[in-house]
Design a protein around this ligand. Structure first.
Ligand SMILES: [Zn+2]
Length: 519
């Protein structure tokens, strides 16, 4: 007898084929059969009128420490996301020693969701997450920023033997089950690295058959050279490449989606296995300090704060920031002060307001300097993209959906609570940018293949029963930049390895997720 039967839904296989009305039988943690007259089941749920799809896979998550929060956090499972790939943008929470853990607390502690950042190996981190019990499956990348902090501190130049140490630590992480290597080449200390350093580490990933994901050095003015670097790393290391949160960022770069997609195609033509992901919004979210030129942050947070209190330094940085136009000049010139919304800051009166609103009659530059000097790891939501670029990137079959979520507490980008339902509601149902089967393929099998998650991302006999059942007529997300933390609509049932964790749109409270280790 089967454990569960989902009866009469419109079944999407996740491979992009046209859906068909069928029953889905689940036995244990697997899909037993898809078809008609599949026999008795302990529980039958009538899903007539609903779509049955593989659970969505989020290739770009920052939920590394979310499982450690005291209450279970259903913000992804309510979107139908059954697996998150964490450790993106070069930030993982292992491997860390005492010194690098202290630096991580200061420089990317905001991504820890209030959980304690402790020293430990990558394997220790995975064990800790597993013991805490995630609400969805988690697979983890090892981050370049973290490797470099541990092997070399915040120094710009690599100490002798630091690269060997990074390679050793990366190998250890892959042995423990990391599904890939990530870089965040605009962040400290990743931004100090030369291409050779990344090639050397990506070569280790390649040896283990793991992927390379990258938040590139630039996503606007110098998009071409940044993407060229990512492609070259793929070429030389022979590694699968995932370009994180693909976009044409900044006013001066709108329209560059075309060149981005052309370069991806050309690289694939050359034999490089390169793809990308995207979140369906015009605004991104990152550290408020990213508005400053990279040189401002040289030497770590304390040095950065010192510069922001030195009028000569501030004047020099302003000139550079206002000029913009290259990969090291920061985001200031790429939007307007009313396009920068402060979403996390130690001063609660700043939160939820734009830099323009906070400034009033004052000079917005002085305001941003004061805000960042006061809280160097504050977070922002920043409007950088153009709708035509968003749609062009989305329509390409090489691009999957990835949330780039922040922490599910306080004010954050609405993508955290609604990325996947928004994509389906707004861009598939309302605007028809991609078809339903293709949209589901992008969120499932395409991402599973990129990260080596075998047996997931498809609905068929023998596949792991990670499933999302949703109403195509109502799926969506009403969250806004001002009120982002609202649950999505239209996601009816979600199973994790056969167990129901969302029923009739409500989270059951179960911490039923597993840690997915590669190899
Ligand atoms: Zn990123």
């Amino acid at each position: 007898m089967n454990d569960l039967l989902l009866r009469g839904g419109l079944v999407h296989d996740g491979l992009g084929n046209e859906p068909a009305t069928a029953d889905v039988a689940i036995s244990g943690d697997r899909v037993a059969a898809v078809g008609r007259d599949l026999g008795a089941a302990r529980r039958v749920i009538d899903v007539d009128g609903l779509a049955v799809a593989p659970g969505f896979i989020d290739p770009h998550a920052h939920s590394d420490m979310v499982p450690l929060m005291s209450d279970p956090q259903p913000f992804k499972i309510l979107q139908g996301v059954t697996t998150e790939i964490v450790g993106n943008c070069g930030f993982s929470f292992a491997p860390l020693d005492e010194e690098s853990a202290a630096e991580a607390r200061v420089s990317f502690g905001d991504l820890a969701a209030g959980a304690e950042i402790v020293p430990g190996s990558f394997g220790d981190y995975l064990d800790r997450i597993e013991a805490a019990g995630p609400t969805n499956h988690v697979a983890a990348l090892v981050g370049h920023n973290t490797l470099r902090l541990t092997a070399n501190g915040v120094e710009v130049a690599l100490r002798p033997a630091a690269l060997d140490e990074m390679r050793r630590l990366a190998g250890e992480a892959f042995a423990a089950g990391a599904v890939g290597l990530s870089t965040g080449l605009i962040y400290i200390p990743g931004t100090y690295s030369e291409r050779e350093e990344v090639v050397a580490l990506a070569t280790v990933a390649r040896r283990w058959g793991r992927a390379y994901t990258t938040h590139m050095r630039d996503e606007g003015a110098a998009l071409e050279s940044a993407l060229d670097e990512a492609i070259d790393i793929g070429r030389r290391a022979g590694v699968r490449v995932q370009i994180s949160h693909c976009k044409a960022a900044g006013r001066a770069s709108h329209g560059k989606s075309k060149v981005l997609l052309e370069m991806l195609r050309a690289a694939r033509g050359e034999g490089i296995d390169i793809r990308g992901d995207q979140y369906p919004y015009l605004a991104g979210g990152t550290f408020l300090n990213a508005v400053f030129p990279a040189e401002a942050r040289e030497g770590g947070i304390v040095e950065f704060q010192r510069r922001l209190r030195d009028p000569d330094e501030v004047a020099r940085l302003r000139k550079r920031a206002e000029q913009g136009g290259d990969e090291q000049s920061g985001l200031w010139a790429q939007t307007a002060p009313d396009g920068i919304l402060v979403v996390r800051h130690r001063d609660p009166t700043a939160v939820g307001r734009t830099v323009a609103a906070i400034a009033g009659d004052r000079d917005p530059w002085d305001v941003i300097v004061a805000l960042v000097a006061d809280d160097p790891t504050a977070m922002m939501v920043i409007t950088l993209m153009d709708e035509d670029d968003v749609r062009a990137i989305m329509a390409d079959s090489l691009i999957s959906v990835g949330s780039d979520n922040g922490m599910p507490v306080g004010l954050d980008h609405p993508r955290t609570w609604g990325c996947f339902p928004r994509f389906l509601g707004r861009y598939v149902r309302e605007l028809g940018v991609v078809s339903w089967p293709e949209a589901i393929r992008k969120m499932t099998s395409s991402t599973a293949a990129q990260f080596g998650l075998t047996g997931r991302g498809v609905v068929g006999p023998g596949a792991v029963a990670d499933l999302c059942v949703f109403d195509p007529e109502t799926i969506g997300h009403d969250g806004t930049y001002e009120i982002p933390d609202v649950p999505p609509t239209g996601v009816a049932y979600v199973t994790l390895a056969g167990s129901l964790v969302v029923e009739e749109g409500s989270f059951t409270g179960a911490r039923a997720g597993a840690v997915l280790r590669a190899g």
